[in-house]
Design a protein around this ligand. Structure first.
Ligand SMILES: O=P(O)(O)OC[C@H]1O[C@H](OP(=O)(O)OP(=O)(O)O)[C@H](O)[C@@H]1O
Ligand code: HPA
Length: 176
């Protein structure tokens, strides 16, 4: 068990399970994008670890870009998704959004709105973690690493109030 700020977390997803999920997504994308050069669009901050891991597994041509959106405060999602770094030069490109987690889907909805405005040629969504019980948006997710219950997690890019992103495995909030 670990303590971050005021809360306790228990081990939940191992490094090996994460590595397998990343490999699975990389090979699915490779199969779907043969002969193309997709742009991987990582959503900062949380997706940095997933983008780094996935891009090392991906053997085809790809470009890597980042955008920065923020919705979570503490352990709660807010509907006010702020765009902190915008996207550039995506017009006419095949974009694959790389998210560390899709939870309520508010962030994803905002990204999709932005990609449509940018007139990309196509877009798909890849997420390492997905909380189906929390997701209430209409858009289908194209590549899903690991489905998890609706409980707060940290590690592998995900934080609790700024801490925990550097943990190589994932921990789940321990309920009292
Ligand atoms: O589906 P949602 O409920 O919108 O949650 C998912 C988003 O929440 C986290 O980002 P956050 O807003 O915490 O910013 P961060 O990546 O900088 O931690 C995560 O990285 C996703 O982008
Ligand atoms: O469970 C979570 N943990 C950390 N950040 C998050 N952003 C959405 N869901 C989560």
């Amino acid at each position: 068990m670990i303590k971050i700020h005021d809360l306790f977390f228990k081990p939940f997803i191992s490094k090996q399970e994460i590595a397998e999920a990343v490999k699975k997504i990389a090979s699915q994308i490779e199969e779907d994008y043969q002969g193309k050069t997709p742009v991987f669009l990582g959503v900062l901050n949380g997706a940095f670890a997933f983008v780094a891991a996935l891009s090392k597994e991906y053997t085809g041509d790809c470009e890597i870009e980042f955008t920065k959106l923020s919705s979570y405060q503490g352990t709660q999602s807010t509907k006010a998704v702020q765009s902190l770094i915008g996207v550039e030069n995506l017009r006419g490109r095949d974009v694959i959004v790389l998210e560390d987690i899709v939870d309520t889907g508010h962030t994803l909805t905002k990204i999709i709105e932005i990609l449509k405005e940018e007139e990309v040629a196509s877009f798909k969504i890849a997420t390492l973690f997905y909380k189906p019980e929390a997701y209430h948006e209409a858009h289908t997710l194209d590549y899903i690493g690991i489905k998890i219950p609706n409980k707060f997690i940290v590690g592998f890019g995900l934080d609790y109030d700024g801490l925990g992103r550097n943990l190589p495995e994932v921990y789940q909030l321990k309920e009292k």
